[in-house]
Design a protein around this ligand. Structure first.
Ligand code: DC
Length: 233
């Protein structure tokens, strides 16, 4: 196989609102790889749970979520205008709905349910079977693809991350405050790192990228150097 046709799995894990998706999307476009946003999948299950009575007074009813799981079919379809795939639940496009603060506040709880993770991890492994994917999440390099050829662990200052999410949400017209966003970022970091199943942690063989003060172009240059080194081996 020639060097250029050799396809690998690129696992991008890290804290929330680090720009993982933006970075992963840019890499996938550059390499002609498929980009898979696994956070969107956990958000989709959360949205479905919210809309189907599995959240009562802000409390997640785990048994009810598990009961709903067989009814949830998640799919992606490429949106050429956005240059990325939109996510669908049972045929409904929910790309915007899954980004609401309500979903963000509940997603850590939903993603800590073992059966939810089992279902989504199996789907993700199927999607990456042919290699040639850039997958971003929390457990890609540790659980989903421990054999990924290139693993990146992204991090950034929590205040920088909160500002990024605030800008994103207010640009969409959401009425949010910096305080609630920072609180959400910090509480999700805590929940992601401390949950029992597949907690967020850096794989031993992952390379750390702290992008607090890096532009997308600088991150791409950083990435290409590492990618070329691996692909030329
Ligand atoms: O990347 P994101 O912020 O959209 O992810 C939403 C939530 O989903 C996040 O709080 C943790 C969870 N998640 C996970 O547990 N495992 C993944 N592979 C991806 C996301």
């Amino acid at each position: 196989m020639s060097q250029n046709s050799r396809k690998i799995v690129i696992a991008i894990d890290g804290f929330s609102s680090c720009g993982k998706s933006t970075f992963a999307k840019a890499i996938a476009a550059r390499l002609g790889y498929i980009f898979i946003d696994t956070g969107a999948m956990y958000r989709a299950v959360t949205l479905y749970a919210l809309e189907h009575g599995a959240v009562v007074d802000g409390e997640v009813l785990s048994d009810k979520v598990v009961e709903l799981l067989p009814q949830i079919e998640i799919s992606f379809s490429f949106n050429s205008e956005r240059g990325a795939s939109d996510i669908y639940i049972n045929g409904e496009q929910v790309e915007q709905k899954i980004r609401s603060i309500e979903v963000s506040n509940l997603v850590s709880k939903i993603s800590s349910i073992a059966q939810v993770r089992e279902k989504l991890v199996a789907m993700q492994q199927g999607m990456g079977q042919q290699r040639g994917v850039v997958m971003d999440g929390r457990d890609i390099g540790t659980v989903v693809f421990p054999d990924a050829e290139l693993k990146i662990f992204m991090t950034a200052d929590p205040k920088v991350r909160a500002q990024r999410r605030y800008d994103e949400l207010t640009a969409k017209g959401d009425n949010v405050t910096m305080e609630e966003i920072l609180e959400n970022v910090l509480s999700r970091d805590h929940a992601d790192m401390n949950r029992e199943i597949s907690p967020l942690r850096q794989a031993d063989d992952a390379i750390v990228l702290d992008n607090s003060h890096m532009s997308v172009e600088e991150q791409m240059a950083w990435f290409m150097e590492r990618y070329e080194a691996i692909i030329s081996c």
